[in-house]
Design a protein around this ligand. Sequence first.
Ligand SMILES: *Cc1c(COP(=O)(O)O)cnc(C)c1O
Length: 399
Amino acid sequence: MNAAGGPKRPRRPLTDAVHGGEKRPRPGHSITTPIFQTATYVFRDTAELVDYMSGNAEREEYGRYGNPTQRVAEQKCAALEGAEAGLGFASGMAAVTTTLLAILSQGQHVVMTDDCYRRTRQFCAGMLARFGVETTIVPTGDYDALEAAIVPRKTRVLISESPTNPYMKVVDLGRVAEIGRQHRLTTIIDSTFATPVNQRPIEHGIDLVLHSATKYMGGHNDVLGGVILGRREMIEGIRQTQGVLGGILDAHAAWLLIRGLKTLPLRVEHQNRSAQRIAEMLAAHPRVERVHYCGLPSHPGHEIARRQMTGFGGVVSFELRGGLEETSRVVDAVRIPQIAPSLGGVESLIEQPSLMSFFELTTEERLAIGIKDNLVRLSVGLEDPDDLVEDLQQALRAT
Ligand SMILES: *Cc1c(COP(=O)(O)O)cnc(C)c1O
């Protein structure tokens, strides 16, 4: 591309990851986009201010309404996702809550699938309910229940996630988009586990795509962020609400996100391959009862995943033969993956959901929501897959 911008051709993800959203030339002729560490922006005189206030000039005004580093991060995400526009947030949950508060009004209704991120469910079923917005939760993959839950003239939003946490359930994106269109709802997909490298929901007709950028998009376990992507006028509406609520992506976090995104396709492709190998090894292991990975032909979502995804992601969940203690012993015997919440970074992370996200529940209560004590979730990092396979094998042998 030359200085004038060159011809506009659709570019491939590796190129968009490096160059997408980055204006040329950059300030000070730097190769990277600088961190604009500023809280506010200066007007030359009152005439310039009046011109801006009258809507005649596009520029920055105040830190809560935008920052040049944040805008580059947003445009890079949009280029990767094939979206018109994007909006960055302080965290994935800031993206979820701000988006829903921007769209919904009192008396309206949300339909949500049951495997959605726990805090998203808590926000809808718990907090939004206090403000007169009701939520119906339907089983993931039951499209009849999904349609039956829609209340004419009340339901406004259909929110789902694919693949889901921790069982990697897969939602048919085209079908969800079609139901949304028929009933004039806004469809939202949390695509955090897939990343735009493995799945692009907008191409299937979904209105808004959401990511916790804390996971694969940032990719280095060193920054919190969130992003929402979709049509420009929708995103601008959410931006207005963000200007009130204030959950913005800070300039330094935006810079870390830009840096992380440059290697997103490389990282995710490596993680896809490693996770597939680990899932196959575990599926054949006598100490393992079940593996949940949508890249395995035995997974119930495999066929849909093959149709709508180009890779199956880096998270593998599995159930061990044994109970809570036996499972903990295996988790403790693993040497390379470290015990921590979160996923999608360069370091492999392992956790036992019954002791992490669902600790306060009893074994019976956990079973009622489908979280077994022998369940382990592994987020595969960028280590050598041979080392990870050998490490898991020694842990399964030693316990
Ligand atoms: C982590 C996560 C979130 C929340 O993101 P934060 O950045 O932690 O606020 C939302 N959805 C999914 C699927 C996640 O994994």
